[in-house]
Write a protein that binds this ligand. Sequence first.
Ligand SMILES: NC(=O)c1ccc[n+]([C@@H]2O[C@H](COP(=O)([O-])OP(=O)(O)OC[C@H]3O[C@@H](n4cnc5c(N)ncnc54)[C@H](OP(=O)(O)O)[C@@H]3O)[C@@H](O)[C@H]2O)c1
Length: 322
Amino acid sequence: MAAMRTLGRSELSVSPIGLGGNVFGWTADEATSHRIMDAYIDGGGNLIDTADGYSHWAEGHTGGESESVIGSWLRHRKRRDDVVIATKVSTKPGREGLGVDNIHAAIDESLARLGTDHVDLYYAHFDDPDTPLEETVAAFEDVRRAGKTRYVALSNYTPDRVEEWCAIAAANDFAPPVALQPHYNLVHRQDVEGPGNRGEVAATHGLGLVPYFSLASGFLTGKYRPDTVSAAAPAASARGGWVEDYLRPECFAVVDVLREIADAHAVAPAAVALAWLRERPGVVAPLASARTLDQLGPILDALDLALSAEESAALTRASDLV
Ligand SMILES: NC(=O)c1ccc[n+]([C@@H]2O[C@H](COP(=O)([O-])OP(=O)(O)OC[C@H]3O[C@@H](n4cnc5c(N)ncnc54)[C@H](OP(=O)(O)O)[C@@H]3O)[C@@H](O)[C@H]2O)c1
């Protein structure tokens, strides 16, 4: 069983890989989603990530689909205490932004869809430049004091805005955020690494990093190949358009190194990509999603796959060139 990790300065103990929930009710139907969550928990995972906005981008969807599917799973399986549930606010159509009234309404709607009286982590999904940050920070503290979330967390905030949030919380004696959710993977490192970047601000304020797009939307599984890539190829997946930025020789060179290391461990490239990310400084639990039970296999392998220092360094070197 994978060793659990403490999330930032919280008392939450989480598995070293979190399960992404944007597929639930989108590319994975309800029954498949339930089986994926069952297998993830049985395999040693405990962190399930969603947002009120998932999956509003899909035709005919309004947002809330993912939370509803997780909610029906929680009701059927009665496993609320076995999981750490994280959700987010700011992107659901009709519930956009981080104004106080919106946050108060959004958390109640999320809890109703999830069928629980509290979440463990409540994220500000995207910064809202149109609302004073003081208002947003105070509203999150209201939600926490009301017992509707155990902890507050941030996603997609710039280092400066994380600093501002923490300063406002400290000045008002509010609980500080415990996690930062950035875009981070082997072919997208610049947001997190380097002086003054998100990794540094997270370390300064004791926020655990919970990377998203850990598989670069599927690119790091190796299923997109240079020999088959054409303008049409990415459309093979519902999220194919999300990988177009990676269809470059430098990114395919990273996948070549992933394949070589994966073969040596008899696992899939996706497992190696997640194992590399899991051990980067400050990272607590990379998030990855599975559309099918088969796709979940490498995610479970990544919970305790140990790469050698040479293997990690080879991946880092290849990814330095991206
Ligand atoms: N905070 C934010 O702004 C933000 C943004 C994005 C995501 N997130 C969170 O992070 C989670 C992870 O991100 P993500 O799900 O968008 O991307 P991801 O984990 O990088 O990619 C997952 C996708 O890759 C494909 N895949 C996974 N395993 C595979 C395998 N073994 N073989 C082939 N294909 C495989 C599947 O898509 P297909 O089969 O459909 O190709 C799967 O849905 C999300 O679910 C969400 O909870 C947060």
